[in-house]
Design a protein around this ligand. Structure first.
Ligand code: COA
Length: 176
C-alpha cells in the first residue's frame, strides 16, 4: 500500500454531526445508489457517544475529503444499511468499521490507511483487539490486505442485516 498523505494542508480529526453535509457529498460520489444512506441516520451516528469516526479535512477551509464511520460494538453484530450505531452492552469490545470513503481527488495516497491505522491504534490503547466490517463494492481484497478475513454469519437477525447490503456483501473480521 502507498504511504499516508503527509501534506500539512490536510488534517485527520474526529467527525462530528457538523460534518454530515460534507459526508453526504462524499457518499454520493463513492457509493452506488443501492448503498446510499440517509442524512438523518448519519446525524444520529455522529451524535452518539460510542462512535469513533474520523475524517481527513483540508486545513484551509475544514472541508472533508475522506471519512471513516465507526463505533465501539460487540462481536457478531452487523449494522444494517441505514441502521443506527446501537450502543454496546457495556464497554465495546469490537471496533466496528461501518463505512470508509475517500474522494477520488485524494484516492490512492494512503488516506484510507491513515484513518484506519489511527483507529486501530486507538482500539489497541483501549484493549480492543478485534475489528469487524461489511465489505461492499468488491472491496474484499482491500480488506484482506489489511488482515481482515471473511467471517460466517449464522445468527438470523445479523444475516438479515448483512443481506440489506445486497448479495455481494461479506462480513469480515480481524485481530488487532
Ligand atoms: C476503498 C477506498 C476507501 C480506498 O481509499 P484510498 O485512500 O484510495 O486507499 P489507500 O490509498 O489507503 O490504499 C490504496 C490501495 O488500496 C487499493 N484499493 C483501493 N480500493 C480497492 C478495492 N476496492 N479493492 C482492492 N484494492 C483496493 C489500491 O489499489 C491501492 O493499492 P496499492 O497501494 O497497492 O496501489 C476508496 O477507494 C473508496 O472510497 N472507495 C469507495 C467506497 C468503498 O467502496 N469503500 C469500502 C467499502 S467497505
Amino acid at each position: 500500500m502507498s504511504t499516508a498523505p503527509s501534506s500539512p494542508a490536510l488534517a485527520i480529526r474526529p467527525l462530528t454531526a457538523g460534518d454530515v453535509d460534507d459526508l453526504m457529498h462524499i457518499q454520493s460520489i463513492t457509493y452506488g445508489s443501492g448503498l446510499q444512506e440517509s442524512r438523518d441516520v448519519f446525524v444520529r451516528r455522529l451524535s452518539c457517544p460510542h462512535h469513533c469516526s474520523l475524517g481527513i479535512a483540508r486545513q484551509s477551509d475544514n472541508r472533508l475529503l475522506a471519512y471513516l464511520a465507526a463505533y465501539w460494538s460487540e462481536f457478531g453484530k452487523v449494522t444494517p444499511l441505514d441502521g443506527d450505531f446501537d450502543p454496546p452492552p457495556e464497554h465495546g469490545r469490537v471496533l466496528y468499521i461501518h463505512d470508509i470513503s475517500v474522494l477520488p481527488e485524494l484516492a490512492g495516497q494512503g488516506a484510507a490507511q491513515r484513518m484506519l491505522n489511527t483507529l486501530f491504534d486507538q482500539a489497541r490503547a483501549q484493549q480492543v483487539r478485534q475489528a469487524a466490517l461489511v465489505a461492499v463494492q468488491g472491496s474484499t481484497v482491500f480488506w484482506q490486505r489489511l488482515g481482515f478475513a471473511p467471517h460466517t454469519v449464522t445468527n438470523a437477525t445479523q444475516l438479515q442485516h448483512l443481506r440489506s447490503y445486497g448479495p455481494g456483501a461479506i462480513f469480515m473480521s480481524a485481530a488487532l
